[in-house]
Ligand binder design. Structure first.
Ligand code: NAP
Ligand code: MG
Length: 403
């Protein structure tokens, strides 16, 4: 059998712990036998990030800008415990945060649905893709506790030194708390464009919601920017693709989402996205079945699994024990990236391969072969719980027949 050829390299970002082990297994068992993999490799494992003073993360993001498509393994975001565990020079920042900032991207998360695992909301028969605006609001706020007798004001000084003042609250009789939020027009516009582009790419409607009736300037600005960009740049393209942009109030959106069957992109302000993505992921069943893609407003894509490095399983693996770690979201990160590479380079064989690998993966689970996390959720009879490597081999048995 001749291997599928690639044209442009894919940026490959390796990672940490159990997902690093899975990464290699996926390549060895499911990719290299079929595809003449052309990747530009960056080792984002914590040891090498430390060795390069995190330069490798920046280089990998720059390479992604150059080539347009990347696939990323889960990585450790260092905390105090990791400082000593890896003898780090510094508490390096989250690679995802660094890459997102360089690409100015928006993260889209979507669940992989399989028969036998029913979402907690049984009407959700299609995936709901959550897009979170990952800039500003309460995540870049300033806040204070104020004593009784204080007067809190919002003051803005313009470039000519003129002040605009607005009373927040007169705390004359009691103590309290205040908070200052901001966002940037440019960041909101990038978010809007990323959502509209991804909608065209995946042929799904976009829903967006804020609380503009209460927040007449702040939230209303989000609503206006989305609408202006949609009208000026996307209206006709959406009509041609037969998809819609739908705006409503956040509480109305929540009610509609629950009643819906899924199958759309839900664009969320930062806090809404933080909260709702956890709710949606849980309702679909398993974090290990959640995919994630970072999309920049100019159409650069970085694919990954939404879960972390599965540290607990890694320590078992290091002791020589077999683990039953779910590799599905990491497989789908690879198929997403290979398909996108195939689309950009016009390689139908590569696109077909990505489709077949996804099909074989889902078929394996639907035929009852799955890792422990899914076996605990699946209603399929005669399930067989397998270890990490056996699952990949079971997928390959089916993949061989499809290609
Ligand atoms: P995690 O790696 O997502 O794992 C948390 C737990 O969820 C696991 O212990 C496991 O539960 C279950 N789980 C997650 N993925 C699974 C899979 N593929 N198969 C089976 N079970 C799975 O989160 P964490 O333990 O909080 O974080 C570990 C490290 O990952 C941290 O250093 C963090 O910084 C990093 N992280 C990276 C990313 C990223 O790169 N995108 C995202 C999140 C976290 P059981 O133990 O009950 O089996
Ligand atoms: Mg959250």
């Amino acid at each position: 059998m001749s291997k599928i050829q690639m044209k442009t390299p894919l940026v490959e970002m390796d990672g940490d712990e159990m997902t690093r082990i899975i990464w290699k297994m996926i390549k060895d068992i499911l990719l290299v036998p079929y595809v003449d993999l052309k990747t530009e490799y960056y080792d984002l494992g914590l040891e090498y990030r430390n060795e390069t003073n995190d330069r490798v993360t920046i280089d990998s993001a720059e390479a992604t800008k150059k080539y347009g498509v990347a696939v990323k393994c889960a990585t450790i975001t260092p905390n105090a415990a990791r400082m000593s565990e890896y003898d780090l020079k510094e508490m390096w920042k989250s690679p995802n945060g660094t890459i997102r900032a360089i690409l100015d991207g928006t993260v889209f998360r979507a669940p992989i649905l399989v028969k036998g695992i029913t979402p907690y909301i049984p009407t959700w028969t299609k995936p709901i893709t959550i897009a979170r605006h990952a800039y500003g609001d309460v995540y870049k706020n300033v806040e204070m506790r104020v004593d009784a007798g204080s007067k809190a004001e919002l003051v803005c000084t313009d470039k000519n030194g003129n002040e605009t003042r607005e009373l927040i609250y007169d705390f004359s009789d009691e103590a309290g708390i205040i908070q200052g939020l901001h966002n940037r027009d440019k960041s909101i516009a990038s978010f809007a464009r990323a959502c509209f582009n991804y909608a065209l790419d995946t042929k799904q409607d976009v829903w967006f919601a804020t609380k503009d009736t209460i927040s007449k300037k702040y939230d209303h600005r989000f609503k206006d920017i989305f609408q202006e960009i949609f009208d000026a740049e996307y209206k006709e393209k959406f009509e041609a693709a037969n998809i819609e942009y739908f705006y409503t109030l956040i509480d109305d959106a929540v009610a509609r989402v629950i009643r819906s069957e899924g199958g759309y992109i839900w664009a969320c302000k930062n806090y809404d996205g933080d909260v709702m993505s956890d709710m949606v992921a849980t309702a679909y069943g398993s974090l290990a079945m959640m995919t994630s893609v970072l999309v920049s407003p100019d159409g650069i894509y970085e694919y990954e699994a939404a879960h972390g490095t599965v540290q607990r399983h890694y320590y078992k693996y290091l002791k020589g024990e077999k683990t039953s770690t779910n590799s599905v979201a990491t497989i789908f990160a690879w198929t997403g990236a290979l398909r996108k590479r195939g689309e950009l380079d016009e390689l139908p064989d590569l696109i077909k391969f990505a489709d077949n690998l996804e099909k074989a993966t889902i078929q394996t689970i639907e035929e009852g072969v799955m890792t422990g996390d899914l076996a605990a959720l699946s209603s399929i009879e005669n399930k067989q719980t397998v270890d990490t490597e056996s699952f990949l081999k079971a997928v390959n048995e089916r993949l061989v027949k499809l290609v």
